[in-house]
Design a protein around this ligand. Structure first.
Ligand code: LLP
Length: 441
């Protein structure tokens, strides 16, 4: 008795409606949105709103599907921690044997907290690694530094020499490949700050080979995020494969190719992709150019694994009408989920309780309480008629939701709940205002 909130899901839906009968003669039915089998109203009652709710089973399912697509190749999935860095989710992924892609000392610390052994499967990316961060990663014995500039290479060599350690590294190259995505999250063009231009890569590899504290191990690339067309990935990988051949001819040891992350998800209800086929196409785009090269492939998916597995549950505080325009003011805001404000991103919104009898809809803006016009979740959206006190679920919020949340307007960040089978575990309690004021007192 379940149906998806307005669309056919890619796989088993993490969030789907279940019908409940109401009334003395049970004539009227109501549909309640559940995470797996747990009704969201129950979670909202218990943990309050706004509330991030994640489905462990969906994350596991997506990880397994992704792994299956690459089963013919030697590979390691290094989940991109920035997508959702909740310890509860990192623990789940570490238990499945995942490695991790980190971009800061803080993210590394999170990984070490959930599994000290996971360090051996950590890759460290980012254009601005500080000496302290480099030192922490060297001490932890991570798998690979993805180095993004000549200056960073010197810093890494200096730090490794001081600690009398050896840093394994790949250079992150910039393949100059356009990716069809939001300009803020496209990273693979020369005009972007990321990586080293392909034409400069060989001389920098030669320089790296001169230091006994540096060990060249691979080539890395990442062209952007929320990319749903696999062709740019194929093109980037063709360029990387060519470079691998050149580097080997130059005498370098290239064991790893790190393909980065970036495979997107369906946010719009009209977009329906079969997950299995989609990841198979992606795998083909990456693996075909690498055929015969005998490299170990590192993959850094983030959003793809956790995005559709999370929702932000929020309550309608007030309704108002300004000159005929309708607004639902909810208790979540841009500080809790920044994507619509930052990228004008679309997130599907589902009513948590749906009366089948009264299926009336209205066109409305769903907005938060923050003092900015950019604080919206949906504009002119057709939604089932909502009343004050109703719950709404903002879908596909498992990636870059909580990890991008802030305390703007001195708003404590939401709690996070991980639903696993019949249990719903609070993996992060709601912040209090006292938490926010503590560093200032
Ligand atoms: N690897 C590197 C080096 C990255 O920079 C990123 C994302 C990933 C992997 C993971 O990408 P994914 O598979 O999740 O697309 N805040 C934006 C997304 C920023 C992505 C930054 N880098 C958003 O909400 O859309």
């Amino acid at each position: 008795m379940s149906r998806s909130p307005g669309r056919r899901p890619e796989r088993l839906p993490a969030f789907s409606y279940r019908a409940v009968s109401r009334g003395l003669f049970r004539r009227s039915t109501e549909s309640i949105l559940c995470c797996d089998r747990i009704p969201l109203p129950r979670l909202a009652e218990h943990f309050g709103t706004p509330l991030y709710v994640y489905s462990a089973s969906m994350i596991r399912e997506r990880v397994r599907g992704f792994e299956r697509a690459f089963r013919s190749a030697d590979h390691t999935v290094c989940y991109s921690v920035k997508a959702n860095s909740s310890l509860g989710i990192l623990r789940l992924l570490a238990a499945m044997g995942a490695g991790f892609d980190v971009v800061s000392g803080g993210e590394l610390e999170r990984v070490l907290q959930v599994s000290s052994r996971a360090a051996r499967k950590v890759v460290f990316s980012g254009v601005g690694k500080t000496p302290d961060e480099i030192e922490a990663a060297l001490r932890a014995g991570i798998l690979l530094f993805n180095v993004e500039s000549e200056s960073e290479l010197s810093a890494l060599a200096g730090c490794a020499a001081r600690l009398k350690r050896v840093a394994r590294l790949a250079l992150r190259v910039n393949p100059d490949v356009p990716a069809k995505t939001h300009p803020y999250i496209s990273t693979g063009l020369h005009q972007h700050k990321f990586g080293i231009p392909l034409v400069e890569a060989r001389s920098l590899y030669a320089r790296a080979s001169g230091s006994k504290h540096l060990k060249i191990r691979g080539v890395s690339v990442h062209i952007g995020s929320q990319i749903t067309d696999v062709e740019p990935f194929r093109l980037a990988m063709e360029r990387v494969a060519e470079l691998v051949n050149q580097l080997r001819a130059d005498g370098h040891r290239i064991d790893y190719v790190d393909a980065g992350g970036g495979l997107g998800i369906d946010y719009e209800p009209t977009e329906v992709t079969d997950f299995e086929e989609y990841v198979a196409d992606y795998a083909d785009a990456l693996l075909r150019p690498l055929r015969g090269l005998k490299v170990h492939l590192l993959l850094e998916p983030g959003r793809l694994l956790v995005g559709p597995a999370g929702a932000l549950v929020t309550r309608v505080l007030y309704r108002k009408t300004n000159d005929g325009k309708k607004f639902a003011v909810v208790d979540a805001a841009m500080n809790d989920l920044l994507r619509p404000a930052l990228y004008d991103a679309y997130h599907e919104i589902a009513a948590v309780q749906l009366l089948d009898a009264a299926d009336s809809t209205e066109t409305i803006d769903v907005v938060g309480p923050v003092c900015e016009t950019g604080d919206f979740f949906a504009r002119d959206r057709k939604l089932p008629a909502t009343r004050e006190g109703d719950l709404l679920a903002i879908l596909d919020a498992g990636a870059y939701g909580m990890s991008l949340a802030s305390n703007y307007n001195t708003r404590p960040r939401p709690a996070e709940v991980l639903v696993d089978g019949k249990s719903a575990k609070l993996v992060r309690r709601r912040e209090s205002v006292a938490d926010l004021l503590r560093p200032e007192n």
